[in-house]
Design a protein around this ligand. Structure first.
Ligand code: SME
Length: 489
């Protein structure tokens, strides 16, 4: 059984001077080989991509030859990737696709809902019209899958089923571009009726990275991804619509990013200039946290030139209005993990150490302080140098750990041998990492010096990839220095 998704980044909903609610976010940025560049949260728990998978579903359709066979143009390919607003130009594009396939609107079977676009919804209601399946935000994707099924000669009436040949091929394509085995996809059914899949965030982000760079793909898949990527960039209004976040972000980024939202708080970005892919998910599934979280991620991870984000404040910090239209609060991403008050922590450490010379007592208090006060960590403690260079477990906070680390082994041994701090962003990518707690994903190890010799290490583990930045390094080094001064003079 898989663990439960969690993430440390916080999007706050404010009211007046206070915070009223918070949404937590898990996210990661990867390269096109699937290597995690940075991230936070449980990155090994499958996440349903929902509509964020549409660029890859569209690419599977293009790769099959169906888009060429039915003569779909760039706008029609873009609307296949879209969660569209139901504006008249979206409806016209989907109708044109159906006409080209020779099918009627009845074939869509994606269930009706009113256009997301308020003006379009109002004018339908005023004209006494009821929403139809073509107004469903997914109707472009459905028209595309119908084209795929028609080209394959697969049954049209069962085109929503997981074992329809068109759906089978779409799932295989998606698994391939995510870099996972098809059998590893967790499957379900989407709101519109098609099969959906879940993969861990880094796998989904890998598909976005490959959409950005077109590398690590076979030739046919790369060609299809290029066509889809370029259609989304050329026609961003077909991916969302007037006032929609993805459309606005792609326009502002001027062709350097492809963005796609999914239901339940999912958002993917293909950062073309950066050569990376990003995927985030709000833990509670609330979509209102997505634009602030994605804007913050785009800025922090330099997915987009930050100047191009300057006019998107309405998405970075959306206003909360009351029924009278008055602005009463806003939604904003809070600084992720930089917030540890290391200055304060160092003073607390020095106060605890003051006048006490017992090594065990001091180590126990510093480990407890670090474990208690530094957010998003699962282990903090000491290893002390034994006579033969073995590191022996000292006081700590967290789960029971390995008692002895052989000389030079593990992150701890390497830091001790080099006499310098080691920050490991992804412990799975550090060949000699010794896993005491399988939840650990990143680690910092700071050597303790006495009389110019390494006497041990202060080791801190986090369940988040890339948890320790430069601020953390400096702050944790200051804690280690305070301890060493008390212990070794
Ligand atoms: N991961 C460490 C071993 C110690 S535990 O993290 C508590 C290492 O690789 O040295």
């Amino acid at each position: 059984m898989n663990g439960i998704l969690d993430g440390p980044q916080t999007v706050a909903v404010t009211r007046g001077d206070g915070i009223e609610s918070v949404h937590r976010v898990a996210w990661c940025v990867v390269d096109d080989s699937g290597r995690v560049i940075e991230g936070a949260g449980t990155l090994d728990v499958p996440v349903f991509l929902r509509s964020a998978a549409k660029p890859f579903i569209a690419a599977a359709i293009v790769a099959s030859g169906a888009a060429r066979r039915f003569g779909f143009d760039g706008r029609e390919i873009a609307v296949m990737t879209g969660s569209h607003n139901g504006e008249s130009f979206h409806i016209a594009a989907v109708q044109s696709m159906l006409d080209k396939i020779g099918l009627s609107e009845d074939a869509l079977r994606c269930g009706p809902h009113l256009p997301y676009d308020d003006a379009s919804a109002q004018s339908m209601l005023q004209a006494g019209q009821r929403p139809r399946a073509i107004h469903n935000n997914c109707s472009g994707k459905h028209a595309g899958i119908l084209a795929f099924a028609a080209m394959l000669g697969a049954p049209i009436e069962s085109y929503l089923d997981r074992n329809n040949p068109a759906q089978e091929e779409i799932l295989s394509f998606c698994a391939r571009v995510c870099g996972v085995d098809r059998s590893r996809l967790t499957l379900g059914v989407d709101g519109c009726g098609i099969p959906v899949f879940a993969v861990p965030l880094p796998a989904g982000a890998t598909a976005f990275a490959r959409l950005a760079t077109l590398n690590n793909l076979n030739d046919a898949d790369a060609q299809a991804m290029r066509i889809v990527r370029d259609a989304m960039i050329a026609y961003p209004e077909y991916v969302g619509g007037t006032g929609e976040f993805d459309t606005a972000l792609m326009r502002a980024a001027g062709g350097t990013v492809v963005a796609k939202s999914g239901a339940e708080g999912v958002h993917g970005m293909a950062a073309i200039a950066r050569g990376a892919g990003a995927l985030l998910k709000t833990i509670d599934g609330n979509g209102r946290a997505v634009p602030p979280a994605a804007m913050d991620l785009a800025r922090r991870a330099k997915l987009v030139y930050s100047a191009s984000l300057d006019n998107l404040d309405a998405f970075a910090k959306p206003q909360v209005r009351n029924r009278g239209g008055r602005v009463v609060g806003r939604i904003e991403s809070l600084p992720a993990t930089d917030a540890t008050p290391y200055d304060l922590l160092e003073s607390q450490a020095r106060a605890l150490l003051d006048g006490e010379s017992d090594l065990i007592a001091n180590a126990a208090n510093i480990a407890a302080l670090a474990y208690d006060e530094i957010p998003d960590i699962n282990w903090a403690g000491f290893y002390f140098m034994g006579e033969d260079g073995t590191l022996v477990l000292g006081p700590f906070g967290g789960k029971p750990a390995c008692t002895r680390l052989a000389p030079g082994r593990g992150v701890c041994g390497a830091a001790a041998a080099r006499g310098e701090t080691l920050v490991v962003d992804d412990v799975r990518a550090f060949a000699d990492h010794i896993a005491c707690d399988s939840a650990s994903r990143s680690e910092i190890v700071v050597p303790l010096f006495g009389d110019g010799h390494v006497r041990g290490v202060l080791d801190i583990d986090s369940p988040s990839v890339g948890r320790f930045n430069e601020t953390d390094r400096r702050g944790i080094e200051a804690l280690a220095r305070a301890f060493s001064e008390a212990a070794y003079g």
